[in-house]
Design a protein around this ligand. Structure first.
Ligand SMILES: Cc1cc2nc3c(=O)[nH]c(=O)nc-3n(C[C@H](O)[C@H](O)[C@H](O)COP(=O)(O)OP(=O)(O)OC[C@H]3O[C@@H](n4cnc5c(N)ncnc54)[C@H](O)[C@@H]3O)c2cc1C
Length: 580
């Protein structure tokens, strides 16, 4: 059942307490409650996802009219690599977590990304071939909003038919689509067409896939894994507005601190009174890559010296907690196109009202998908001088650069210019080498931590980003765009040399909102890392982390799909332990 006050809870002792009902937490809650004799409580700081139009409309998402209380109120610290700029950092604070508010792009990444995780952890269960078996359980591939013939736009065998999260191709055609496909034919060496970037082969330009159902509503971990039929399981308990403030040590097992209680406060008003619940078997931390390292540190699991500075007593001294944070920096290359040849006119004033009305009435039209119909994943040439110092990508199938090809103005949170039609290529470094941190600013559990993604701190990152912008420029220089792409727009028009591109990037780049790390997985006995390959917290008993904070590096694509697959396997690991 779903509760919004602790007084409604039927009990305070459960087999498992999952902290965070987001992308990963909802998966684990669903899978554990498949066993009817197992009781599960999910504590979620945000509110229920139900009946919120702005998160149901697929196009709505990053920065576009999402009610502010659905985000954590995070601001990152000034970024030296970004000319000391700081900005609001979006994270979902609602059931479904970031999958309820994100950009919908569903990309699994390259098989090499997963095989790298398997190598790093010494656990072959995290390899692509091992994780593939979770796809049919997790995914339900559905027709696009406009029911067009999708032959050749995906590889059917790569997809699930009966899983829980609905995924589809774009369901609204744009004039730019034909130019994108024509470019892959004109310049197949640099921009080959890939029929499906989710079959383990990531590279090339493919039709986007998004977590959009049929009819075209956002499919999140909340609508999928916490749908009413699952919420109604007698052993499933979900409490919203419950913000965990501390994981409590309850004893010692074989010399290791054991954790079987959680303290939580009022996530709506950010205050006490505080309550406590107990987990007889395990506590699973699924607060996401900012929330998890924050909560671990608040609970005394982190760098003892740094914790002492804010007055927190160390329980497990592990300086790796909150380290190795990584994110995709993102910059835009906007071009003007002939009036009416983009999505922009659907998104202004009365037309936006009409677009929303169309979606409401028919679940068709321009708001039925993410902000792009095509994504491109690319590599630096093998002989690039940038790779002379080594290749940080996970392997030859992983990408260095992503191009998001959008038939509209994209620069969240900058407002759309009042007039004009745009084609924007958003450029990201897929395998960044810069690493950042999450540290405590104070012992107050409701105060935000210091969030430092540390963008563009390495030569590799800035040089690869410059190459990415030049790649975008070569893409639109194809003859296929003659008469369609008019000119580069705004400050981007000055990005004409490497030096000017660097300055443009440092003064305008933002984020893909893909931060992860902070509780990274490493091999058992490794001198680094926060969790073992089974995702149990090193040095602890009764405590596991299941969310995007465990990734040691970013998949070279958008990370939600990988988070789902990891959470599916983690659920199996937890179940297997219970049966031991
Ligand atoms: C705006 C935006 C756009 C994005 N676009 C894409 C995209 O298009 N494609 C893609 O693949 N990825 C995208 N991402 C990234 C992707 O959504 C995340 O990497 C992924 O969802 C993270 O899953 P998670 O389970 O780790 O965390 P989350 O899904 O964020 O879940 C964490 C949950 O824990 C809750 N929580 C946190 N702290 C506490 C606490 N102390 N007590 C109780 N509850 C707590 C939160 O409220 C939240 O519900 C985007 C993210 C954002 C924010």
């Amino acid at each position: 059942a779903l509760y919004d006050s602790p007084s409604q809870l039927p009990q305070t002792v459960f087999d498992y307490v999952i902290i965070g009902g987001g992308t990963a937490g909802a998966v684990v809650a669903n899978r554990l409650t498949e066993d009817r004799d197992v009781s599960v409580l999910v504590l979620e700081a945000g509110r229920s996802n139900k009946n919120i139009l702005e998160i149901e409309i697929p196009f709505y998402g990053p920065g576009v009219s999402t009610p502010p209380d659905l985000f954590w109120n995070y601001t990152i610290v000034p970024q030296p690599g970004y000319n000391n700029r700081s900005f609001f950092y979006e994270r979902g604070r609602v059931l479904g977590g970031s999958s309820s508010v994100n950009g919908d792009f569903y990309t699994r990444g390259s098989s090499d990304d997963y095989d790298g995780y398997a190598r790093l952890t010494g656990d072959n269960g995290w390899s692509w071939n091992s994780l593939k078996k979770y796809i049919p359980r997790h995914e339900k591939f559905v027709p696009p909003a406009d029911d067009h013939n999708t032959t050749g736009e995906f590889v059917p065998s790569a997809h699930g038919k009966n899983g829980l999260v609905q995924v589809s191709l774009p369901g609204f055609a744009f004039p730019s689509d034909e130019h994108v496909i024509a470019t892959t034919k004109e310049l197949p060496q640099e921009f080959p067409f890939n029929q499906d970037h989710n079959d383990g082969t990531l590279l090339g330009v493919a039709w986007s896939q998004g977590t959009v159902g049929h009819p075209a509503k956002r499919s999140s971990s909340a609508t999928a894994y916490l749908a009413d039929e699952f919420l109604n399981r007698p052993n499933m308990h979900v409490l919203v507005h419950a913000q965990a403030t501390k994981i409590i040590q309850t004893g010692t097992v074989k010399g290791r601190p054991s954790f079987h209680a959680v303290q939580f406060g009022d996530g709506l008003n950010l205050t006490g009174p505080f309550h406590a619940v107990n987990a007889t078997k395990e506590i699973i931390v699924s607060c996401g890559p900012i929330g998890t390292p924050h909560l671990l540190q608040l609970s005394g699991i982190g760098d003892a010296k740094a914790l002492a500075q804010v007055g927190i007593k160390s329980v497990i001294n592990n300086p790796h907690v909150g380290q190795n944070m990584t994110d995709h920096s993102l910059a835009v290359a906007p071009y003007t196109v002939p009036d009416g040849q983009s999505l922009d006119h659907f998104l202004r004033g009365d037309n936006l009202t009409a677009s929303v009305a169309e979606w409401n009435a028919t679940m068709k039209g321009p708001l039925t998908f993410a902000v792009s119909n095509h994504l491109g994943f690319h590599r630096l040439p093998n002989n690039s001088s940038i790779l002379a110092g080594g290749d940080p990508s996970a392997g030859p199938g992983a990408s260095h650069i992503e191009l998001v090809l959008s038939p509209t103005w994209v620069q969240f949170p900058d407002p759309r210019p009042p007039t004009g039609s745009f084609f924007t290529i958003s450029v990201a470094v897929s395998c960044p080498t810069s690493r950042g941190t999450i540290t405590l600013a104070s012992a107050d559990p409701f105060a935000q931590p210091n969030i430092d993604p540390n963008y563009m701190a390495t030569d590799f990152d800035i040089k690869t980003h410059i190459e990415g912008v030049k790649m975008a420029q070569r893409f639109v220089a194809a003859k296929a765009w003659d008469g369609f792409i008019l000119e580069p727009f705004g400050a981007y028009a000055n990005a004409t040399t490497d030096e000017k591109i660097e300055e443009y990037l440092r003064s305008t780049a933002l984020t893909f909102s893909h931060i992860l790390g902070g509780a990274e997985v490493s091999a058992k006995g490794a001198s680094w890392g926060v969790v073992d390959p089974d995702l149990k917290v090193k040095g602890a008993e009764g405590l596991r982390v299941v969310d995007a904070s465990i990734f040691p590096y970013l998949p070279s694509a958008h990370p939600m799909a990988a988070t789902y697959l990891f959470a599916e396997r983690a659920s199996d690991l937890i179940k297997a332990d219970r049966r031991k």
